[in-house]
Design a protein around this ligand. Structure first.
Ligand code: HPA
Length: 270
């Protein structure tokens, strides 16, 4: 596995003259940030040795090297979801590659369903913590001691200092943001009302189908993590309506400019 990660990282090193320290997963919500990148090179996932291929509508699947406000970044346009049939190892492979490449910090975005009754569709939630409800963990299996410890600490998975900086940036731009706990689950079904209720009861503010595996693997390798979510539908009692993938995409697109603004300015904080 480590050999494979190194092979991919070495391949990427040959494609760029940049040495970014920040990695970004342009999930639903900050896909538009791609437009803000002064692109040096775009590499389709299909060209990258060892990379799985993204299949979901709205996720293009390319790795971008470039700069934002002069700060070099490695951006993943499109992520690999567990529900697509990839193994946890495949889902998190790009994060392993990032670390070996030299990336120290990870920014992730996603779309999620609101569980907190105070949340409205279109709200932005800064992720303060998560609950892993995937029923599995990407670190299961023999530990690679070169990459991280057998029993990684998760007491501050989402860096508090970065969260505070993001809150300052949002305030400066009069963007209202929530802070909350993200529940990660496999999907691909959206939740039943009873499931939404359960996830709220166990301490969740929003629920989605990504991010948790990537952040676990990033923390395993001691990367600084920041996560931000768009509430695209409501799972709060009395507010549940039918959800479609199209609706999720639509709401996310409408909030995207604000998410992009926050993340763009946040790069300075790392
Ligand atoms: N549940 C799970 N994942 C989601 C949701 C949801 O309601 N909305 C967007 N992603």
């Amino acid at each position: 596995m480590l050999e494979k990660i190194k092979t991919t990282s070495d391949y990427l090193k040959k494609q760029t003259g940049l040495s970014p320290k920040i990695g970004i997963i342009l999930g639903t919500g900050i896909g538009g940030l791609a437009k803000e990148i002064e692109t040096e090179v775009t590499i389709p996932y299909t060209d990258i040795p060892g990379f799985p291929i993204s299949t979901v509508e709205g996720h293009t699947g390319a790795l971008i090297f470039g700069t934002i406000n002069g700060i070099p970044v490695m951006a993943l346009q499109g992520r690999f979801h567990f529900y697509e049939g990839y193994s946890m190892r495949e889902v998190t492979f790009p994060i392993r590659v990032m670390k070996v490449f030299g990336i120290e910090s990870l920014i992730v975005s996603n779309a999620s369903g609101g569980l907190n009754p105070d949340y409205k569709v279109g709200d932005i939630m800064i992720i303060t913590d998560h609950i892993n409800m995937f029923g599995t963990n990407p670190l299961i299996g023999r530990n690679k001691d070169e990459l991280g410890p057998r029993f990684p600490d998760m007491s501050e998975a989402y860096n508090k200092q970065i969260i505070n900086r993001a809150l300052e940036i949002a305030k400066k731009h009069h963007i209202k943001v929530k802070q909350g706990v993200y529940v990660g689950t496999t999907g691909p079904t959206f939740e039943t009302p009873a499931e939404y209720n359960f996830f709220r009861t166990i301490g969740g503010d929003a629920v989605g189908m990504s991010t948790v595996p990537e952040v676990i693997v990033a923390r395993h390798m001691n990367m600084t993590c920041f996560g931000i979510s768009i509430i695209t539908d409501s799972g709060a009692p009395g507010q549940i309506t039918e959800v479609t993938h199209e609706e999720v995409q639509e709401v996310a697109a409408s909030v995207e400019p604000m998410m992009t603004l926050i993340v763009k300015e946040l790069l300075d904080a790392f």
